[in-house]
Design a protein around this ligand. Structure first.
Ligand code: MN
Ligand code: MN
Length: 469
């Protein structure tokens, strides 16, 4: 009797229990190979494009090569036409017109292309004891101590007095110099190590080392600073005052690499949220003859609250949808009300080294597929859009029908902390929206880790969402 009972239980378990399986066990070598080849493209992208401006430019060029043209609301578009719009060089919207009119609502994938980093202060350059440094202002939520002694590169733009724009990118190419935030040696770190961990390295201690060589043999003061300005003047034609009308960002200089002897993971700077932005853009390029108009929006400023006219809390995205609506002879608010959105942003993966912050029944794991989360936020579900069961059900059916492996979870334990996404700003437009994204280890560190399988699952999810009837 006993073996029969066991198999009955086994059969019943198979019918009733939720399965959370490793993607490789479900999809086998074929899926692993497809994921690895998709990851190759992603890693090359991650090694070369690091800031919202660079990523916007990259996808604009990719879009143009794929037949997208700049959206012109006076033109008439037909099913299959592809358009894009760039907002202030820091956001890009990619759009493929569906067989149905945009008046029926559009499918949206929204993701952010800014990542935690250090911005230069308006008057960054100073000299102390014949070392030249840049003062910085950190951008986004970071554990500052993680960012010291990391090789860094400098990116951004400088607007000169005559209005001309200089684009800066130093530290990424072979042979370029790089930069670093120094830290105290342990031998003299006794007092520092007694500080509260948020204070181990303070904001005002995040200074970037940029030089140590004085200008010639001269009796003037600040000759190292002078020499740095001379180098910058020769290279870019700038003077010190031009820093005030610049946006210069300091980010880790290294390239994306395979992690693990089995090469199953990717280590890189800025997976949050390029690991969602990249598949959200590529899936837009890949859709063919969709029923609904498909829009990917890659946005700036999520890491600092989505405020400002390049963040998703501004109207730039709403205006784009309104223009699509007008073009289709519909009201913007009607199109938005009928629209559906995947808010594509990373989630925290379970880390066996730090299990205490997670509810192991309700967190996401590496290699178990893209995480679909009903809500994010903090505390008693503050600062989030809690997706309806109806819309989650619709997304679930799309993913399950197409065999996209996915999992669900919360960011961590209820009282452990929390975090938000752009979902609530999309929901504010009366769009149905759900959070979805790739689980990340060491989120917001200068070097984050994701799984290649989860990245591919995200791509599949966005693609199938776009293509669903
Ligand atoms: Mn994010
Ligand atoms: Mn983030």
């Amino acid at each position: 009797m006993e073996p029969e009972n066991k198999s009955e239980a086994k059969a019943l378990k198979e019918k009733l229990f939720l399965k959370r399986e490793h993607m490789a066990k479900v999809g086998g070598d074929e899926l692993v190979d497809r994921a690895a080849s998709f990851a190759d493209g992603y890693m090359s992208f991650m090694s070369n494009y690091k800031t919202e401006r660079e990523i916007t430019t990259f996808f604009k060029e990719q879009a143009e090569a794929a037949g997208y043209t700049e959206f012109d609301k006076s033109k008439t578009y037909k099913a299959g036409d592809r358009v894009y719009r760039v907002n202030r060089g820091k956001d890009i919207m990619l759009c493929v017109f569906g067989k149905k009119s945009a008046a029926e609502g559009v499918k949206i994938a929204a993701s952010h292309i800014d990542s935690p980093r250090f911005d230069l202060k308006p008057n960054p350059l100073y000299e102390s004891e014949e070392l030249a440094l840049f003062k910085t202002h950190y951008y986004g939520g970071i554990k500052k101590y993680q960012w010291t002694t990391v090789p860094m590169s400098l990116h951004g733009v400088i607007i000169k007095e005559d209005g001309t724009k200089v684009t800066v990118r130093i530290g990424e190419d072979e042979g370029n110099p790089q930069f670093v935030i120094t830290d105290l040696l342990p031998h003299l770190g006794r007092e520092q190590m007694k500080r509260d961990s948020a204070q181990v390295v303070r904001g005002e201690e995040c200074n970037i080392l940029v030089g140590s060589m004085p200008f010639k043999d001269d009796q003037e003061s600040e000759l190292v600073k002078l020499n740095i300005l001379k180098i910058l003047n020769e290279k870019y034609g700038i003077v010190e005052k031009d820093f005030q009308t610049a946006e210069l960002e300091v980010v880790p200089a290294y390239k994306a690499v395979d992690i693990g002897l089995d090469r199953s993971m990717i280590g890189a700077y800025g997976h949050d949220d390029k690991v969602c932005a990249y598949p959200a853009a590529i899936s837009n390029f890949d859709v063919k003859d969709p029923e609904y108009t498909c829009v990917t929006v890659l946005t700036d400023k999520e890491e600092i609250g989505s405020d400002g006219n390049t963040g998703l809390h501004s109207s730039y995205f709403k205006y784009f949808i309104e223009d699509l609506a007008e073009n289709a002879g519909a009201e913007g608010r009607d199109v938005l009300t009928r629209s559906k959105c995947l808010s594509a942003d990373v989630t925290a993966a379970f880390d066996p080294t730090f299990p205490d912050v997670m509810d192991k029944y309700n967190c996401t794991y590496l290699n178990k597929g893209v995480g679909v989360c009903k809500y994010t936020g903090a505390g008693g579900k503050y600062d989030t859009s809690d997706c309806s069961a109806e819309f989650f059900g619709e997304v679930r059916r799309i993913l399950d029908e197409k065999n996209v492996i996915w999992q669900t979870g919360e960011l961590g334990k209820v009282d452990a902390g929390g975090g938000g996404t752009v979902a609530k700003y999309v929901a504010e437009l009366n769009v149905d929206v759900i959070d979805i994204g790739v689980p990340v280890l060491s989120m917001h560190a200068p070097f984050e880790v994701v799984s290649k399988l989860d990245l591919y699952s995200a791509y599949q999810a966005f693609y199938e969402f776009f293509m669903a009837d």
